[in-house]
Design a binder for this molecule. Structure first.
Ligand SMILES: [Mg+2]
Length: 266
C-alpha cells in the first residue's frame, strides 16, 4: 500500500478487501472536523460519526489519535468500539475506561504553574491569546487574536521562555503553541500501540498537521517491519507542505475524509 500515490478509489478497494486486518488511525482537528476559529467549537463534519461504529466492527481497529484530551474526543465523536487516544497517545479512553501515563500525572503541577505564568504574561494578556487547559498540557492559541501578525513573535518568545522555566516541551502548530511535560509520547507511539494491541497487519493514518508527521513516520517504521501502511494527508490552505509530500494519498479537507470513510463503510 505504500508504493506510489494511490487514488482514493484504489486505496479504499484495497483496504476493504482486508478490513479485518487494517487499523484506521484518524486525527480529529482538520481531519474529522473543519478547523474553526474557536477550538472548543470544533465538531466532526456531519455524517462522519455515524460511519465510525460500522467501521470499528469491520476493521481491526478504529482509533482517534489527537492532541486533545481523550474524554473530549469520546464526548464529541461518540461511537461504540472506537478507541480514543488523547494527548498524543498518553491518555486513552476505550469503552468508558481512562488510562493515563503515570509520568504525565507526576508533571501536572509544572503544567499548572506554566499555565498561570502564561496567563499573567503581557504577550498573552495584551494580545488576547486564548489558553486551552488540557489538564496535562496547556495550549496558547492566537487564531482569534486581532492583528495576529503583530503578536506572533511575542507570544512565541513568551511561550518558549515559560516552557523552559518549568521544564516543559513546546510543540508549535498552526497558530498554537502547546506546552507539555517532556514525557515521550507522540502520535507515532499511539499508532504503534493500536497496531500492536489490535494485531493489525496494515495501518492507515489520516492527518492534516505537523503533529501527524510522527504518525506517518510510525507507518514507515511498521512497513519496514513487514506491515502495510498508508499515509493519508488532508489538504487545507494551512496544510504543511512536508506532510503533503510524505503522503501516499491526499484527501481534500474533512469532506474528502468523509467521502473516504463512506467508501470504506460501504
Ligand atoms: Mg489535525
Amino acid at each position: 500500500m505504500t508504493a506510489g500515490t494511490a487514488t482514493v478509489e484504489q486505496a479504499a478497494r484495497g483496504l476493504i478487501a482486508r478490513a479485518e486486518e487494517v487499523a484506521l488511525c484518524l486525527d480529529f482537528d482538520g481531519t474529522l472536523s473543519p478547523v474553526v476559529d474557536d477550538p472548543q467549537a470544533a465538531r466532526p463534519l456531519q455524517g462522519i460519526v455515524e460511519l465510525l461504529e460500522p467501521l470499528a466492527r469491520r476493521f481491526a481497529a478504529v482509533a482517534l489519535i489527537s492532541g486533545r484530551p481523550a474524554p473530549y474526543l469520546a464526548e464529541h465523536v461518540a461511537a461504540p468500539g472506537v478507541r480514543y487516544l488523547g494527548l498524543y497517545g498518553l491518555q486513552e479512553m476505550y469503552e468508558g475506561q481512562v488510562r493515563v501515563d503515570p509520568r504525565l500525572e507526576a508533571a501536572r503541577s509544572a503544567v499548572d504553574a506554566a499555565a498561570a505564568a502564561l496567563r499573567e504574561s503581557p504577550a498573552v494578556r495584551e494580545s488576547g491569546a486564548w489558553l486551552e487547559d488540557k489538564v496535562y498540557a496547556v495550549g496558547v492559541h492566537t487564531r482569534r487574536v486581532p492583528d495576529r501578525d503583530r503578536w506572533t513573535d511575542a507570544v512565541d518568545r513568551t511561550a518558549r521562555e515559560i516552557a523552559e522555566q518549568y521544564g516543559l516541551e513546546i510543540i508549535p502548530g498552526k497558530m498554537v503553541w502547546e506546552l507539555r511535560p517532556a514525557v515521550r509520547g507522540d502520535k507515532g507511539d499511539g499508532v504503534r500501540r493500536v497496531v500492536a494491541e489490535s494485531g493489525a497487519r496494515a495501518v492507515v493514518v489520516v492527518g492534516d498537521d505537523l503533529g501527524d508527521l510522527p504518525a506517518f513516520a510510525a507507518v514507515a517504521e511498521l512497513a519496514a517491519e513487514g506491515h502495510d501502511g498508508l499515509r493519508v494527508a488532508v489538504r487545507s490552505q494551512e496544510a504543511p507542505p512536508e506532510l503533503l509530500a510524505a503522503a501516499d494519498l491526499v484527501l481534500e479537507g474533512p469532506e474528502g475524509v468523509l467521502d473516504f470513510l463512506r467508501r470504506l463503510a460501504t
